[in-house]
Write a new protein. Structure first.
Length: 135
């Protein structure tokens, strides 16, 4: 919750918050529908190929991301390109999550001690990049 409040404080006051919320909801909905269609099509295809009921397939949780998607990507044209793209997206999602967590800490320090930390005051984005590359 703290990250959401901090990141929303960077918005311009003239922007419509209702429009931004509707866009976020619509984008999240479309990504969820697309991801669900891909997963269920792949599971149905694997169930058909192995003649096994879908509920008996050994794919759940993180295995859907790291087993089902790469196997499904291997079946389409240009599998190397799309596999590289998929794993780059996964890496950038991880880095983005780490940067958001670091940004919330830096935002707290900036608000709590505005004049004590000159380096953090002038370079908040640069400092937030370092923890994300360490992990």
């Amino acid at each position: 919750m703290g990250v959401i409040v901090l990141l929303s404080s960077y918005r311009n006051k003239s922007e419509s918050i209702t429009r931004a919320a509707k866009g976020l909801i619509f984008g999240t909905f479309l990504c969820g529908i697309l991801g669900g269609m891909i997963v269920f099509q792949y599971l149905g295809h694997m169930s058909f190929l192995t003649n096994t009921p879908i509920h008996s397939l050994p794919l759940n949780g993180p295995m859907l991301s790291f087993v089902a998607y790469p196997t499904a990507l291997a079946m389409i044209p240009f599998p190397n390109f799309f596999s590289l793209l998929f794993f780059l997206i996964m890496i950038t999602l991880g880095i983005d999550t780490l940067m958001a967590m670091t940004e919330s800490t830096i935002g707290y320090i900036q608000d709590e001690f505005p004049n004590q930390f000159i380096l953090i005051h002038f370079f908040p984005k640069t400092i937030s990049y370092f923890p994300s590359f360490i992990t």
